[in-house]
Design a protein around this ligand. Sequence first.
Ligand SMILES: [Zn+2]
Length: 304
Amino acid sequence: MPEKNISRSVPLSPVEIRLRDELRADVHTLAVEIGERNMARYPQLNAAADFIENSFSRSGLRSRRDTYELDGRACHNIEAEIRGARPEILLVAAHYDSVFGSPGANDNGSGVAAMLALARRFAGKPADQTLRFVAFVNEEPPYFQTSQMGSFVYAGRCKARGDQISAMISLETIGYFSDAPRSQTYPIPAIGAFYPRTGNFIGFVANLHSRALLRRAIALFRQQGKLPSEGAALPSFIPGVAWSDQWSFWQHGYPGIMITDTAPFRYPDYHSVTDTPEKLDYTRFALVVSGVEKVIQGLAGSPR
Ligand SMILES: [Zn+2]
């Protein structure tokens, strides 16, 4: 099927082309072969968990299921850690459930595919900081921003154990771009006044407490220089700012940012049965992921 968004961005390097093909394949597995995956589609939710575990394992990473019970059924967050020289943890995560009624290609097959591709690239290459790649269950309603949200359970356990998480990066709906005028909207006009009207950039979003992390991350991303990016550190009550797993880490006092194409503020197929793989722009999606690779390298540092 032809891609709807023909990218106007610069050509991809051979490494980025390989990355693009990996992303396309994993989004297809999640959104087409597995399909809708949530507590109403519990076998599919578990199939997605198995797929993620197998992907970590093929990268040479040993993963661990962090399990909790919800309505009498086991739910799994899945983590793979690459121990660094220091105990501080840089955590890169994406939720693998999809909202009821949606195959979740962009939300959040894109985030999971990106997280897995990044884990593949850092496997066997320890950084100064410890890297942790995590797939979260039950991000979507009715668990969204409740104590049953997968990332909330997980972040609470991190806090209880005393895990030193120096930064959490939430990859949330990152594959849709548009060059059409006025394709980008904003939760409130006061924000829109300062940002582009064309949805051709990737967004970095933080709460005020995480603004230093946001600034460092976006500066590292911009070293790549192939895809426009915008950053905003905003009060978390503004609609959209807390709309993913970074919220759970904020609740436990950890700094976190969300990287996103802004989802409902741009993507016409958000939370819909039509959130399907051909809506994604895999060229620009690959540039997002290769830019985030630079962010992780910069934040985690090289081993001394
Ligand atoms: Zn989502």
